[in-house]
Design a protein around this ligand. Structure first.
Ligand code: 5AD
Ligand code: SF4
Length: 463
């Protein structure tokens, strides 16, 4: 999962008199997707998106709780919003402030107690109740909604309108699964997002078709544990993610598929076979391992050994030799010794990642890891993180350099920073900068990679 801060794309031509909503997203792609769905359900209520909080009638902060400082970040953002709300009130205008996402789920009413400026707290499973919750806020209530079953959300959240999809671009997220039953001992997700729930095939296919009609060419299936997705297929058989990918591949217009985030335990044979037999399943896989030490993997409750992960990587690379691998790592989990850390470094050398995220362990209240003895010194965590990141960066640059001279297909996504440039996406997720014009957006063209930038590739179109 990548850490990003994004706001919902503003409506280009709002009609006068419409209410404005500003949505700020913290954390993972699932939150980005949820923010878009919240904006969609608010659009039906007459709200348009704006990208500045100052002129918003409604501000929604979609929060992340995965690591420390989430609450501090939230409360300082709320302090700034309180001032804006007061300024608007002085002009006779209202501003409703809502907190959504995983901090909302974890802290509930406590948020309103600490920051009375907040009008609404809404957990990730309850977004379909947003319009109703806002009506109650307008009636003078402070509302906390964190209780409902996730199936309701899946059924009732609207898919985006076609023109909205067009504005959002040719690559879209689609949530197929939410929640997690794995209970890794460092992680809050099983508590904030709840138990694993898979969306039914028909719902997923309908949303994918709707996105494709709106011009989407590339779908990224989302789930906290996306490869644990399962359901009854339209052939009546039990499907896993591999079968679902084959089904989505048949939708006209869809040219590329991706999925994230996966757990090594759920990489089954059918999914590996999909990587072999489905060329439109892109050769990029985010498969977190967290540590290369069996002792630490056990303490983390990851339920596999380092060697098992390495064997799995071999099988995936056999199925798809051009696969670029990405991972997540935690350094300084309680009890991690120098040797445990060296085992992680060794695993990284053996896998050779194209890209990775790494973090210092941060104890999350309520998780078993927080109560373990032998917490690692901050200075030791810092030093380990630096060494690990240096190794991962060198692998990332080596991967990018290895692509120079390679011919590949690129999906053209958006205008580049300079006139006459266009940004596309390589199969390995890295952006590619090419000369071209915006009427080609949505096309897939054949290019030769000529150079690398910091986090991008430069390419020339081949005719
Ligand atoms: N401390 C540090 N990193 C964490 N992650 C999850 N929980 C913690 C924590 N308590 C990291 C894991 C996970 C990614 C999304 O965030 O590496 O895969
Ligand atoms: Fe958290 Fe582990 Fe579940 Fe991933 S698999 S969401 S790290 S508990």
């Amino acid at each position: 999962m990548s850490e990003k801060l994004t706001s919902i794309e503003p409506d280009p031509a709002p009609q006068t008199g419409m209410r404005k909503v500003f949505v700020k997203t913290y954390g993972c792609q699932m939150n980005v997707y949820d923010s878009q769905r919240m904006a969609d359900s608010l659009a039906a209520e007459g709200y348009v998106a704006t990208d500045t909080p100052e002129d918003a009638d409604l501000v929604l902060l979609n929060t992340c709780h995965i690591r420390e400082k989430a609450s501090e970040k939230l409360f300082s953002a709320l302090g700034r919003l309180r001032k804006m709300k007061d300024m608007r009130a002085a002009e006779g205008k209202e501003m409703t402030i809502g907190v959504a996402g995983c901090v909302a789920q974890a802290e509930g009413e406590e948020i309103i107690r600490r920051a009375p400026t907040v009008d609404l707290v809404i957990g990730p499973q309850t977004y379909h109740r947003l319009p109703e919750a806002l009506a109650r806020v307008r009636g003078g209530e402070k509302v906390v909604e964190t209780e409902y079953a996730i199936e309701d959300k899946f059924e009732h959240l609207p898919a985006p309108r076609r023109e909205v999809t067009r504005r959002r671009g040719v690559s879209a997220f689609l949530t197929v699964q939410e929640g997690c039953d794995k209970f890794c001992t460092f992680c809050v997700v099983p508590y904030t997002r709840g138990a694993e729930v898979s969306r039914p095939v028909a719902q997923i296919v309908a949303e994918a078709e709707r996105l494709a009609e709106g011009g989407v060419r590339e779908l990224t299936l989302l789930g906290q544990n996306v490869n644990a997705w399962h359901g009854t297929g339209d052939d009546g058989r039990e499907w896993g993610l591999g079968e679902l990918l084959f089904r989505l591949a048949r939708i006209p217009g869809i040219a590329r598929l991706r999925y994230t985030t996966s757990h090594p335990r759920d990489m089954d044979d059918a999914l590996i076979a999909a990587h072999r037999d489905l060329p439109m399943l892109m050769p990029y896989l985010h498969l977190p391992v967290q540590s290369g030490s069996d002792r630490i993997l056990k303490a983390m409750n990851r339920r596999h050994k380092a060697e098992e992960y390495l064997r799995l990587i071999d099988r995936i690379r056999e199925a798809r030799p051009d696969m670029a691998l990405s991972g997540d790592f935690i350094v300084g989990f309680p009890g991690e010794t120098d040797q445990d850390f060296e085992d992680t470094m060794e695993l990284v050398r053996r896998v050779n990642y194209a890209q990775a995220y790494s973090f210092k362990y941060s104890p999350r209240p309520g998780t078993p890891g927080a109560d373990l003895p032998n917490h690692v010194d901050e200075a030791v965590k810092d030093e380990r993180l630096q060494r690990l990141q240096a190794l991962l960066s060198s692998q990332q640059y080596a991967f990018q350099d290895s692509l120079v001279g390679v011919e590949t297909d690129v999906l053209l996504e958006k205008p580049g920073r300079f006139a006459g440039q266009i940004v596309g996406r390589s199969p390995w997720l890295l952006p590619v900068i090419i000369d071209g014009n915006t009427d080609q957006i949505g096309d897939i063209i054949h290019v030769k990679i000529t150079a690398t930038g910091t986090n991008s590739l430069i390419a020339q179109k081949l005719t």
